[in-house]
Design a binder for this molecule. Structure first.
Ligand code: NAD
Ligand code: WQD
Length: 344
């Protein structure tokens, strides 16, 4: 029988792509999502891609009673992938309690239920935000974490510590947690049926680029060209969301097959390549043939100058590698935007 995986946040951007990869790898998926930042029609679109409808339960994971009720109903969950979280960095500065309550209560409710209902495997969405501006690049897993610059970032650092302590306390019961520290996930499924749907004005670069190309935003503002980088614009490690989704399938198999080296592990999930904002804009224009209206403006508060991953450990230990060329990834983001906006 197919092994059953709970995917929290499974109607969201990264979660939906991971549900597709899990189903295509033969897993039976149950999604839990409160739809606070996603739409139920994503379930239909996942089904269109895979021809399999994932089970879907809509509730808030910060509600402890509801999480317990879920595990009483679903008694064969083999592993959990926990995507569900609020993720807007700027908003978290203004609503810290909302972020701590949502992100940390959901995590603790799930870990508590793992123990109570004997689910041994847990994969968590962490972020390169835990590194802040590293002193040395690229970033390896031994690079020290820096104090978080936002409540959102702090929920990831605290979540990592909670998982570490939880696995130590429950080592006898063989409870395992694995954190994937994503760099900058971008792009969309090649079918253009699922992708990233920011609410309101996008904060992230690629949705802003595709919305500008689609004529929804007048102009892309490039936040600063006076950084200490070759062209003066900040550098990030942009990873294709389908490649990222595949890393979760590998991580789940690692835990289920007990190939993990410790009960709490963490990995950098990036490409190992850094692109500047200007390079990304040029790559978008080259791969889509669309000319972008952009202007360099002042720096955005809180932005770091440059970060990219050393993926050696993830590549060797997980046997996983990001494969999609940047142009193909940017084209997938554009195809998704076009489908959503009805642009031919
Ligand atoms: P997303 O907002 O598209 O998906 C998150 C989903 O979780 C949404 O569908 C939302 O409705 C749901 N959710 C939030 N709180 C919930 C709750 N309490 N109960 C039930 N459902 C809830 O975000 P995403 O980009 O897919 O991110 C997924 C995860 O990856 C998050 O944990 C995020 O912090 C992390 N992450 C994202 C990025 C990025 O740039 N997108 C980078 C690093 C880490
Ligand atoms: C990338 C670059 C901007 C928009 C954020 C979170 C981080 C992680 C990923 C979750 C930066 C520039 C952007 C625009 C621009 N999320 N930019 N014009 O800041 O690396 O990371 O998302 O964990 O925690 O902080 O991503 O896409 O916002 O920005 O010039 O309109 O694009 O200045 O250099 P960032 P981003």
């Amino acid at each position: 029988m197919a092994k059953q995986i709970l995917v929290t946040g499974g109607t969201g951007f990264i979660g939906s792509h991971t549900v597709v990869e899990l189903q295509q790898a033969g897993f039976d998926v149950v999604i839990v999502d409160s739809l606070i930042n996603s739409k139920e029609e994503t379930v239909d679109n996942i089904e269109k891609i895979t021809k399999i409808r994932p089970k879907f339960e809509c509730f808030d994971l910060a509600d402890r009673e509801k999480v317990h009720a879920f595990f009483k109903k679903y008694t064969s969950i083999e592993a959990i992938i926990h995507f569900a979280a609020l993720k807007a960095v700027g908003e978290s500065v203004h609503k810290p309690l909302e972020y701590y309550r949502n992100n940390l209560n959901a995590l603790m409710n799930l870990l508590e239920c793992m123990k109570e209902y004997n689910v041994k495997n847990f994969v968590f969405s962490s972020s390169c935000t835990v590194y802040g501006q590293p002193d040395k690049l690229p970033v390896t897993e031994t690079t020290p974490r820096k104090p978080a610059e936002s409540p959102y970032g702090n929920t990831k650092a605290v979540a990592e510590d909670i998982m570490r302590d939880f696995t130590v306390a429950n080592a006898d019961a063989d409870m395992k947690c694995l954190a994937l520290r994503y760099f900058n996930p971008i792009g969309a499924h090649p079918s253009a049926l699922i992708g990233e749907s920011p609410v309101g004005v996008p904060n992230n670069l690629v949705p802003y680029i595709t919305q500008t190309a689609a004529g929804i935003r007048e102009q892309l503002s490039i936040f600063g060209d006076d950084y200490n980088t070759p062209d003066g614009t900040p550098i990030r490690d942009y990873i294709n969301v389908v490649d990222l989704a595949k890393a979760h399938v590998v991580a789940i198999n690692r835990l289920i097959e007990k190939k993990n080296k410790a009960n709490y592990e963490f990995f950098n999930i990036g490409t190992g390549n850094g692109y500047s904002v200007m390079e990304l804009v040029k790559a978008f224009e080259a791969s889509t043939g669309v000319k972008l209206n952009y202007k360099v403006v002042g720096r955005r508060a809180g932005d770091i100058e440059k970060i990219w991953a050393d993926t050696t450990y993830a590549n060797n230990e997980l046997g996983w590698k990001a494969e999609t060329p940047i142009g193909e990834t940017l084209l997938s983001a554009w195809n998704w935007e076009k489908r959503v906006r009805g642009i031919k």
